[in-house]
Design a protein around this ligand. Structure first.
Ligand SMILES: *Cc1c(COP(=O)(O)O)cnc(C)c1O
Ligand SMILES: [Zn+2]
Length: 419
């Protein structure tokens, strides 16, 4: 409600708030500026940052929509922060918290950027919306567009998990598969948005309003940790708007004098698609697009081809937070999908487990100490992409009644150990 302008993160040129996707002067990423001074004068502290709960619009003062009637919610956000004891014990962390983003309406954190993107589209009077997505953004935009009664057109890579496509199609979205990796879908959505005058709500830094929704993770964590800032936040990362949003949220908290520090941010990618990590490791400021995407973590498989700048912004942000970028393997993520479910009861998709896989590595290397206060974000639900987990599943079938039970291995092993 206190948004003032769009500004280029590279050359700082400013623009009026409207439908705009990049800086006309330099092609840079645009973000929303706010009049924080006026906001602090007019909004009492309690109203500024209320306790977490369902619905992001409780933070409307810090989100870039002004008309109340345009704000559309499906009761997103307000996700639990789970104090981990079982998983923490297994991996040797003493102060581990899991931010469970699977609880969002579409089963992934993408509902945070989407509620803002769709509400802004309504405020600006857009008649139809589009997005490119690796799957979760598709399902998310589909449900918000359904609620808004707006037609939506969604471009996804051919190999997108069927559960996500089915979710979007069932909600009435027009889903179109594009051959090749995510960057091809990104380019296609961009061209189609221009051709047909659709508002582009692609969450990967293209739509400048969407990643404001990601800030709310920071506000919630601040409350959930007892008005404290964690030492580390580990974040599964594609292009990185979630990383950027969380960073911006903590910078705002600091500006309001509520905290003194910004947590260290770890951007976690998959070894099979790690453009940001590769640049980080080589101490380079330039990011090179990734050529050959090979990973089960489809939700974070963004090669950044044609928008390498997204990755460069993330490098800046993780450096500013004194954080890092790290890649993990498919094998580690699949193992941690199992581990998260079997220790904490949280069932996630492979990309979402990347934060836990990275924590294990960083504990082993000593970069994270075992008594650091750590938050692992788990970003998407396991039921949306169970393909890899299904391969491991072997379940016996028996005739009705308990007769055949004693023949089963799993019970033979159990025999004699009953309490
Ligand atoms: C989109 C997505 C990410 C990556 O988010 P970015 O903000 O694009 O970096 C991570 N995990 C899941 C499950 C996602 O759907
Ligand atoms: Zn610029």
């Amino acid at each position: 409600m206190y948004e003032t302008k769009l500004a280029c993160v590279s050359c700082h040129k400013t623009y009026d708030l409207g439908v705009r996707y990049s800086c006309a002067a330099c092609g840079g990423i645009l973000e929303v500026l706010y009049d924080y001074d006026r906001l602090q004068r007019e909004v009492p502290p309690a109203g500024l940052l209320p306790e977490p709960g369902l619905g992001l619009w409780r933070y409307k003062h810090l989100l870039p929509v002004t008309q109340e009637a345009a704000m559309l919610t499906l009761h997103e956000g307000g996700t639990p922060l789970i104090r981990s004891r079982n998983l923490a014990g297994e991996i040797g962390a003493e102060d581990l918290h899991i931010k469970d983003e699977t609880r969002n309406p579409s089963g992934a954190f993408k509902d945070r950027p989407m509620t803002v993107g769709i509400s802004k589209a309504r405020e600006l009077g857009c008649r139809a919306v589009t997005t490119a997505s690796s799957g979760n953004g598709a399902a998310s935009l589909a449900i918000y567009a359904a609620k808004a009664s707006l037609p939506c057109f969604i471009f996804v890579p051919e190999g997108t998990p069927i559960g996500k496509v089915a979710h979007a199609v069932t909600a009435g979205a027009n889903v179109i598969k594009v051959r090749g990796d995510y960057s091809n879908s990104y380019r296609t959505a961009k061209q189609a948005a221009a051709d047909y005058s659709w508002m582009n709500i692609t969450t990967t830094f293209l739509n400048p309003y969407t990643f404001e929704g990601d800030k709310t993770v920071a506000y919630e964590l601040f409350h959930q940790l007892g008005r404290r800032v964690p030492d580390w936040i580990l974040i599964p990362t594609g292009a990185g708007p979630l990383v950027y949003g969380i960073f911006k949220g903590f910078v705002e908290l600091k500006r309001f004098g509520l905290t003194t520090a910004v947590p260290r941010l770890a951007a976690v990618q998959s070894e099979g698609c790690q453009p940001i990590v590769a640049a980080f490791k080589a101490s380079q400021e330039r990011v090179k697009a990734w050529d050959n995407v090979q990973t089960v973590a489809s939700a974070i498989a963004d090669p950044l081809r044609g928008y390498e700048r997204d990755g460069e912004l993330i490098l800046r942000v993780i450096k500013e937070s004194r954080g890092l970028a790290i890649a993990v393997s498919d094998g580690e993520m699949l193992e941690d999908v199992r581990r998260l479910a079997a220790t904490e009861g949280v069932y996630v998709e492979p990309a979402a487990a990347a934060s836990v896989s990275a924590l294990k590595r960083l504990l082993a290397s000593g970069e994270i100490r075992k008594n650091d206060k750590v938050v692992c974000l788990v970003t998407g639900h396991g039921l949306k992409d169970p393909t890899s987990a299904i391969r491991e599943v072997q379940v016996p079938v028996i005739e009705p009644g308990s007769g055949e039970l004693r023949e089963l291995d799993l019970l033979r092993k159990y025999a004699g150990k009953e309490p």
